[in-house]
Design a protein around this ligand. Structure first.
Ligand code: ATP
Ligand code: MG
Length: 420
């Protein structure tokens, strides 16, 4: 061990487990790629103001969880705690929304940083795959995103997850609800901080996880009962579209993503095998966000799925992903000349698309075969002194144990045909 350890609240992805993470990212991305979403990548840090405005001054993320630092040049930056605001910033900066092809549909994959209290499923560095559809107000777009996320989880084999769905209303109906909720909250027995929150952003109080607070919220007014006709119709359409697609969901009238510019559709994916860190992903409409960061009106919808918690969900359900072995052929040279010849063959195999590895470090036969085994390769190629003289190599099927001599010049063709 070195003098150093991974920073608190972080962990390293190491082989072979890391293959699972790649597979999860891929499973989430595949339906997006297949549905018109283009890949976008933004920096790991941004101007801190982007998040202050784009996530919200009253959120935990901005008040407690951001890694903020000043550069030598005097810029105030923050490691990104989420990627919706950066994506919108990038789209506006490049004028993608003016290309006349709305919505702009993009997906991303990457690290997020939040200074949180570390626990299982809650880390200071974690990974999300996300999707954003920018610049269109259409219930089919909200439905598309929910259906695609559902498809990702199903493709991974997950079953014990639930989709919670709600509508947050819009500029017209939410203010009326907000006032009603505030009146209700003022009558409760709440601590200072929560009362303050009730004044700034009362909807977020509904999201309070503490049981004593939740108990008091039992009779709280619900947005559902305050939605204007347009919001009601929009929400009904989303519900019908995802129902028709066979996606099962639960109406959760208390579900909030309590920022002022989050509007209408809001949803969360929760997994029942994860204890208190049960949210595996979330998203919704954010029709007001573009204007909050100085852009034009661009109604948009998106989600972010947590890769780390999705992997934990797989483990909770005992799902083993079918990850093919990374190496198909493992070459074992015995002696100097064999080493040169086999190394050239391995290079040739790789050029021909066959995943091949090599026994390095002049290992003896026994240690080399152990390594071949560990590599998961289906075939081993062993080249010894006597084989050299005969111009052959021993090809061993690691599954059946069968072994046969083939000509050194037939290696590539033979393995290509055997591996299909
Ligand atoms: P929570 O309520 O658990 O704090 P959140 O509402 O802050 O979650 P979002 O900002 O909606 O989460 O992020 C989307 C997803 O990213 C979450 O559903 C979760 O899977 C993942 N995520 C968020 N924070 C963390 C974290 N600290 N560690 C690991 N995954 C996280
Ligand atoms: Mg959080």
């Amino acid at each position: 061990m070195s003098t150093f350890k991974a920073p608190k609240g972080t962990y390293d992805l190491l082989p072979p487990d890391s293959a699972k993470f790649l597979a999860v990212r891929e499973a989430i991305a595949a339906p997006l790629r297949n549905s018109g979403y283009g890949y976008i990548e933004t920096p790991g840090f941004e101007n801190v103001e982007l998040f202050a405005r784009g996530v919200g001054e009253s959120t935990d993320i901005v008040t407690k969880e951001m890694y903020v630092f000043e550069t030598k040049g005097g810029d105030r930056l923050a490691l990104r705690p989420e990627t919706t605001a950066p994506v919108l910033r990038a789209v506006l900066e490049a004028n993608l929304h003016k290309a006349g092809n709305l919505p702009v549909k993009v997906w991303y994959s990457g690290s997020q940083y939040r200074y949180e209290r570390p626990q299982k499923g809650r880390y200071r560095h974690f990974s999300q795959v996300g999707a954003e559809a920018i610049g269109a107000e259409d219930p089919a777009l909200d439905a598309e995103l929910i259906i695609l996320a559902d498809q990702s989880y199903r493709a991974l084999g997950l079953q014990n997850f639930r989709i919670l769905l709600n509508s947050l209303g819009d500029q017209e109906c939410r203010p009326v609800y907000r006032t009603a909720l505030q009146d209700f909250l003022r009558g409760l027995d709440l601590d200072e901080e929560t009362l303050r929150r009730a004044e700034i952003n009362p909807l977020r109080v509904l999201d309070d996880k503490r049981p004593d607070v939740q108990k008091q919220l039992t009779g709280a007014p619900l947005l559902r009962d305050y939605l204007c006709d347009a919001c009601k119709a929009y929400h009904e359409e989303v519900r019908e579209l995802i129902t028709a697609a066979g996606v099962v969901f639960e109406d959760d009238p208390k579900l909030v993503r309590g920022l002022d510019y989050y509007t209408r559709t809001t949803f969360e994916f929760v997994h029942d095998g994860l204890g208190s860190q049960s949210a595996v992903g979330g998203g919704g409409r954010y029709d007001g966000l573009s204007e909050m960061i100085g852009g034009p009106s661009l109604p948009s919808v998106g989600w972010a799925l947590g890769v780390d918690r999705t992997v934990l969900a797989l483990e909770a359900e005992g799902i083993e992903l079918d990850i093919p072995s990374a190496t198909s052929v493992y070459a074992v040279p015995l002696g100097e000349e064999a080493r040169r010849i086999l190394f050239a063959k391995v290079t040739e195999l790789r050029k021909n698309g066959v995943a091949a590895d090599f026994s390095y470090g002049g290992k003896g036969l026994k240690a080399a075969m152990k390594a071949a085994n560990r590599s998961g390769a289906r075939y081993a190629l062993v080249l010894g002194e006597r084989d050299l003289a005969d111009g052959v190599v021993q090809l061993k099927d690691m599954e059946s144990g069968e072994q046969s001599a083939i000509g050194v010049n037939e290696i590539v063709a033979e393995l290509e045909s055997r591996l299909g």
